[in-house]
Every structure is written in C-alpha cells, then in structure tokens.
Design a protein around this ligand. Structure first.
Ligand code: ZN
Length: 153
C-alpha cells in the first residue's frame, strides 16, 4: 500500500544533524503518524508521499521545511529577577513564556551573565538541516476516528 493522504504510516527513523550526531531515533516500529495531517515536519512528509512499506530512504530537510530558520528577534536578554523560580538560572533551562500574540512558547536559556539572562524562543532545532534515515514499516488506511482527530491511534 502506498503512502497518500489519510494513511496511517509506521516508520523507523534516525534523525541526525550536519555533524552526524543522532538527535532522535525510533527503531522499534512504535512511531506512527497520520499522513497529510501535518503530524510530522513538512519536508519529511513530502518525501514519504508515494512510498510503500519496506521502502528505505534518506531525506535531508532544510530548516525552511523543518523547524524554521533561526529568528534573531526571538532571542532577547532579560533581567534574572523576571524568572519566578528559586533555582539558579542556568543555560539549557526552559521556561514557558507568553509571546507577543498571546500564545504560549517555550524559551531556552542560552546565556547567563550576572543578572542578565539571554533567552531564545526559537525551536531548539531551528536553523538546522535535518537528515532522516527512514524505513517504512507499515501503511494502512486511517479509521474515521483517526481522520476526525487528525492523528494516528
Ligand atoms: Zn485521537
């Protein structure tokens, strides 16, 4: 069966960055998504279109088709007393913050200098080329409920 819209697709994959470091991996046939429902990044979804179970492929996805380019405006320096925590603020810590349009975003602390903290609201994988080694494990028709929910069960 070929991968088209409204198929539930099970894949094994290994995700690496340009340095060859493994960022994410699923190799036990447990990762399934609903094709055509934007469950996965656009570059990977497009590459899987028309493939069938048993197919293997390597896809290199540029930032524009993955988690976006790195946006300088989403990085800013704020006073440390802005954070409502008793723990010392350290690079790598993540907080929920309100963005300008009122939605919630996750920001990551990238630098701490005295009482000045630099936070970055970009996705941690923004600006990165992502390479997926993918094997299509199974393809089946989605149920009416899965189509209604917009994800695989
Ligand atoms: Zn559901």
């Amino acid at each position: 069966m070929q991968i088209t819209i409204n198929k539930v697709v099970t894949i094994d994959y290994t995700l690496t960055d340009d340095e060859g470091d493994i960022l994410d991996q699923s190799d036990d046939g447990q990762f399934a998504y609903l094709h055509g429902a934007s469950n996965i990044i656009p570059g990977l979804e497009q590459a899987l279109e028309g493939k069938a179970s048993g197919d293997s492929l390597t896809v290199r996805v540029p930032p524009e088709m993955a988690y976006g380019v790195w946006d300088e405006e989403l990085s800013q320096t704020v006073p440390a007393n802005m954070f409502q925590t008793d723990e010392p603020i350290e690079p790598g810590m993540q907080f929920r913050a309100q963005s300008a349009d009122g939605s919630t975003m996750v920001v990551t602390v990238t630098e701490v200098e005295g009482d000045k903290v630099t936070i970055d609201g970009n996705h941690p994988l923004a600006g990165q080329n992502l390479t997926f080694d993918v094997r299509v494990v199974a393809v089946r028709d989605a149920s009416a409920e899965e189509m209604e929910h917009g994800h695989a069960h």
